[in-house]
Design a protein around this ligand. Structure first.
Ligand SMILES: Nc1ncnc2c1ncn2[C@@H]1O[C@H](COP(=O)(O)OP(=O)(O)O)[C@@H](O)[C@H]1O
Ligand SMILES: [Mg+2]
Length: 502
C-alpha cells in the first residue's frame, strides 16, 4: 500500500471504502439546456475511469461541478465516503481534486516552477526556490513526468505543457485527477507517453477520470467507462468486458462503423498541382518550404501532421487567401473549400441559415435579380439544402451561430458541395464534432471521391486520415516528410514522421 492509499484510508467511511468519488443524481441546467440530468458516477480509488460521450453530452459540465467551478442544481457529491459541497475551485483543490482543462492555463513567459506555485496559498515569495526545484524534480521522477522546473513555458511542446499541468495538480496534493480530452492536442507518441504517466499515477494510488471520445485510448488505458448521452448516464462498464463497437453504440445510441469500406481509388487526371510552394506565416516566418504535391480526380490525398506545422498556410495558399511567395499552384477545375476556420471563413454567426446558405452567390442570379434580393429564391434554396444535408435547425431564419457544431458544418458542406466543382479542399472538416456528424462528413467526402472529384484532406486527426485517404503525405515544419499509400499506412510509422523522426 502506498502512502497515498494510507492517507486516504484514514478518512474512508465504512459505507464505501473503495470509492474516491460518488456523484449521485447530479443535475445542472443552463438557460434552455439540461446539461446534466440526474447523472450518477462512481470512481474507485486507484482506477482510471473514462467519461465517454459525444459533444454536448455533459462531460465537462459534470467535471466542472466536481472541481468546484459550478454548483449543481441538485444531487450529492461524496469524496472518499464523505459528503462535500464546493463553493469555489479552491474548495475542491483543498479536498484533493486536480483538473487539467482542455485549454491549458499556463503563463507562457513564466518558468515551469513559477507556473506551478502560481495561485498556491503560500505564494511565490514564501517558497524557497531550491527546495521548490528539489520537490518538483522528486515528484517528476516519482511519476515519470520528465519536466525541467527552470524551463520557460513558451519553450515547451504541447505535450510538455500538459505534463506541467499534471505536475501542478500533484504538487497541490491531488488524489483525484481529472483530464478533459487530454489527447486532442498530442501526437501518437505523446499520447503513449501520457497514457504511461496515467498508469504510473494510478498504480501509486491516484484516482483518475479521463474524458475522451476516442475509443482506442479509452480501451487502452481505462479500467471502467461511464457513458453519458444527452445529459444522462447511459451506463458504466468494465473495458475488459466490452468492445469499441459496443462503446460507440452506447455513446451514439445506434450501431456505427468506422472501418474503411470504400474500394481502392481509380485516380484520373491531375486536378491540383503544387510545385515548390513557399509561403510565410502571419508572423513572417517561412511556414511552407518547397511543397510539391498532386491530387488526381477520384482520389483523397490526406495531409497528416501535428497542428502548427504549416497546415493553415497550406490551406490558405491553395484557397488564394494567403500570398504565394514562391512556386506554382495549378487548379485544373473549380475549387470547393471546407475551411478550418468555420466561424471566420465558413459561416457568419449573426446571419441566418438561409443567408449563410447563399453567402457565396448572393450577388448572382437567381438570388439577386437586377440588384434586388429574391428572398423566395434564397429561402427555397436554403430549404432544399437543409433537407438534403440533414441540417437540424428550428428554421431557416435561425441564426447560424445558434446551431451545434455538427449542424453548422453541414451548412458549409451543403453550400460548398452543391456546385459544379472538380476539387475539394477540406481542412480539419470534423474538428470538434461528434461521432454522428463525423460519420456524415466522412460519407460526403467519400461520395465526392466516388463522383470523380479530387479531394485534398488536411487533418490533424490521424484516424480520419487513415480512414479516408488513398495516399497520405506528412507535413512537418513546412516540409512534406513522408508519402505513404493507404495499404502501407502504419500508425507508428506515421507518428514518427509527424514528430520529425521518420
Ligand atoms: N456555461 C454554459 N452555459 C450555457 N450552456 C452550457 C454551458 N456549459 C455547457 N453548456 C451546454 O450544456 C451541454 C453540455 O455541455 P458540456 O458539458 O460542455 O458537454 P461535453 O463536455 O460532453 O461536450 C451543451 O448543450 C452545452 O451547450
Ligand atoms: Mg467537453
Amino acid at each position: 500500500m502506498t502512502e497515498r492509499d494510507a492517507c486516504s484510508a484514514s478518512i474512508v467511511d465504512v459505507a464505501s471504502p473503495s470509492l474516491a468519488v460518488e456523484l449521485k443524481d447530479i443535475s445542472k441546467r443552463f438557460p434552455g439546456v439540461v446539461a446534466n440530468d440526474g447523472v450518477n458516477f462512481e470512481l474507485r480509488i486507484g482506477e482510471i475511469h473514462a467519461l465517454l460521450g459525444e459533444n454536448g453530452a455533459g462531460k465537462t459540465t459534470l467535471m466542472n461541478i466536481l472541481c468546484g467551478l459550478y454548483e449543481p442544481d441538485a444531487g450529492e457529491i461524496r469524496l472518499f465516503g464523505q459528503p462535500v459541497r464546493f463553493r469555489a475551485p479552491r474548495d475542491a483543490i483543498a479536498a484533493g481534486i486536480g483538473m487539467v482543462h482542455q485549454h491549458f492555463m499556463l503563463v507562457d513567459s513564466f518558468t515551469v516552477a513559477d507556473n506551478i506555485i502560481l495561485g498556491q496559498p503560500s505564494g511565490i515569495l514564501k517558497q524557497n526556490e531550491k527546495q521548490l526545484y528539489a520537490r518538483l524534480k522528486a515528484l517528476s521522477a516519482q511519476y515519470g513526468l520528465q519536466i525541467d522546473p527552470a524551463a520557460e513555458v513558451w519553450h515547451l511542446s504541447v505535450g510538455e505543457q500538459q505534463r506541467v499541468e499534471i505536475l501542478k495538480t500533484i504538487d497541490r496534493g491531488a488524489r483525484i485527477l481529472i483530464l478533459d480530452e487530454p489527447t486532442a492536442v498530442l501526437t501518437p507518441q505523446e499520447v503513449e507517453e501520457l497514457l504511461g504517466i496515467l498508469r504510473t499515477l494510478a498504480a501509486q494510488g491516484t484516482s483518475i477520470i479521463f474524458i475522451s471520445h476516442k475509443l482506442k485510448e479509452v480501451m487502452a488505458v481505462c479500467d471502467r467507462v461511464t457513458v453519458l448521452r444527452d445529459g444522462h448516464t447511459v451506463g458504466t462498464v468494465e473495458t475488459r468486458a466490452c468492445s469499441e463497437q459496443q462503446l460507440a453504440q452506447m455513446m451514439v445510441g445506434r450501431a456505427v462503423s468506422f472501418s474503411r469500406t470504400q474500394p481502392a481509388s481509380q485516380p484520373g487526371a491531375p486536378r491540383l498541382n503544387l510545385r515548390n510552394v513557399w509561403a510565410d506565416s502571419d508572423r513572417g516566418l517561412p511556414a511552407l518550404q518547397g511543397i510539391n504535391l498532386t491530387v488526381h480526380a477520384g482520389e483523397i490525398v490526406g495531409i497528416a501532421g501535428v497542428d502548427g506545422n504549416g497546415q493553415r498556410e497550406l490551406e490558405e495558399v491553395i484557397a488564394r487567401l494567403r500570398p504565394l511567395k514562391q512556386g506554382e499552384i495549378n487548379l485544373m477545375g473549380t475549387l470547393a473549400h471546407i475551411p478550418s476556420d468555420r466561424n471566420g471563413m465558413g459561416l457568419l454567426a449573426d446571419f441566418s441559415v438561409a443567408e449563410n446558405s447563399v453567402l457565396r452567390e448572393v450577388n448572382n442570379f437567381p438570388f439577386n435579380q437586377r440588384g434586388f434580393l429574391n428572398l423566395r429564391a434564397i429561402w427555397n434554396y436554403a430549404l432544399q439544402l437543409v433537407q438534403k444535408f440533414g441540417i437540424r435547425t428550428p428554421s431557416i431564419q435561425t441564426l447560424a451561430g445558434k446551431l451545434s457544431g455538427g449542424n453548422a458544418q453541414r451548412i458549409i458542406l451543403g453550400r460548398e458541395l452543391s456546385h459544379n466543382h472538380q476539387i475539394v479542399l477540406a481542412a480539419q472538416p470534423t474538428r470538434g464534432l461528434d461521432i454522428s456528424a463525423i460519420e456524415y462528413i466522412h460519407h460526403q467526402l467519400i461520395a465526392q471521391r466516388s463522383a470523380g472529384v479530387a479531394v485534398l484532406l488536411i487533418s490533424t486527426e490521424l484516424e480520419e486520415i487513415l480512414r479516408l485517404s488513398d495516399r497520405i503525405l506528412v507535413l512537418y515544419e513546412g516540409h512534406i516528410v513522408g508519402a505513404i499509400t493507404a495499404q502501407e499506412a502504419d500508425i507508428h510509422h506515421l507518428g514518427l514522421l509527424m514528430a520529425g523522426k521518420g
